[in-house]
Design a protein around this ligand. Structure first.
Ligand SMILES: Nc1ncnc2c1ncn2[C@@H]1O[C@H](COP(=O)(O)OP(=O)(O)O)[C@@H](O)[C@H]1O
Ligand SMILES: [Mg+2]
Length: 305
């Protein structure tokens, strides 16, 4: 198997007045990979290029070792896709629709198998238009697996779901990865769900990859100099902490919570400074905890821009 399932090199895509991808270089290893970034970051544009649905303005990209411009047909044969806000024919019944999708592939699964995989066996005779939003996305996952793919690309698979639906969809992805070993590439603007599903991620903004790697690597790079301070006087503490040399930011992040981030070279000293501050002034501090959430890392990366 190739080392990388997706690779881009200096990839750019410009539209009339927007640079949607800006010299983007990214490598993705087999496994579950998450591409996270705010709306407009360029996630869908990248996915469309990977699928051969849009042409790069410059640079290169390959999927499963094949060039996206010259071999897009071969690529599409080997991967499954669930597009952003995908819709399926409302009047068709679930099983009949999957039968139709399966017929398009030479190497195919059966609709029975697919329905079983996504937990929709009980709803095979239901018209697609009568499915809940969560069931609709499960159908989307089923059709992505119809052609026995080596890689499945999901563009914002949870975007129109409620909290429960989001959780169920992500759980299903994890389960499908465990049972099939098929790699996933998932885009989302919601970090927490990617953190749960993925082993590696990339942070993307303004058409560029700001950082990428395994979640453990990213945490160790960024979340070290971040501390959470529990205090009954968060505004006062944040304003005093913000004035300490070496503090990049001190933000009120909860009714009794301040998140303090150090400049990189001050990472080691920050905790001492915060302790001193809480001892010398009455700022209602009851705990100073290291913060190791990916969300903190994400904020640091995005703020650096
Ligand atoms: N077909 C298009 N024509 C013009 N601008 C586009 C087109 N598609 C995307 N864009 C622009 O490119 C940028 C990236 O969009 P997109 O890839 O959809 O981001 P994301 O999926 O991360 O929300 C946005 O500024 C968007 O408006
Ligand atoms: Mg998008």
């Amino acid at each position: 198997m190739a080392d990388y399932i997706i690779q881009t090199k200096n990839l750019s895509k410009s539209f009339v007045d927007v640079l949607a991808l800006d010299n983007m270089t990214l490598v993705v290893k087999p496994g579950v990979f998450g591409l996270v970034g705010p709306n407009g970051a360029g996630k869908t544009t990248l996915i469309r290029i990977l699928l051969g649905l849009a042409k790069p303005t410059s640079g290169e990209a390959s999927v499963l070792g094949q060039d996206v411009v010259h071999n897009s047909y071969e690529i599409r044969e080997r991967i499954g896709v669930l597009h952003e806000r995908a819709t399926f024919p409302k009047a068709m019944k679930v099983r009949a629709y999957l039968d139709r999708v399966c017929r398009m592939y030479e190497d195919r699964r059966t609709s029975e198998e697919l329905l079983e995989m996504v937990g929709l066996a009980y709803a095979g005779e239901r018209p697609i238009g009568k499915l809940s939003a969560g069931m609709h996305q499960r159908l989307g996952l089923a059709q992505a697996f119809a052609g026995n793919p080596e890689l499945v690309i999901l563009d914002e698979p949870t975007v129109n779901l409620d909290v429960k639906g989001r959780r169920e969809t992500i759980d299903l992805v994890v389960e499908m990865y465990r049972s099939t070993g098929v790699s996933f590439f998932i885009s989302s603007h919601i970090l927490s769900e990617l953190e749960r599903a993925c082993d590696s991620i990339a942070f993307m903004k303004n058409g560029r990859v700001l950082d990428s790697g395994s979640i453990a690597d990213i945490l160790s790079r960024y979340a070290q100099g971040v501390w959470r301070v529990r205090t009954s006087m968060p505004e006062a503490f944040a304003s005093r902490a913000g004035a300490i040399k070496g503090v990049r930011s001190a933000r009120v992040t909860g009714s009794t919570l301040v998140t303090v981030t150090a400049e990189r070279e001050w990472t080691e000293d920050l905790q001492d400074h915060l302790r001193n501050l809480s001892m010398t002034e009455n700022l209602g501090v009851h705990a100073i905890e290291p913060s190791m959430s990916l969300e903190d890392a994400y904020e640091v990366v995005m703020d650096n821009e």
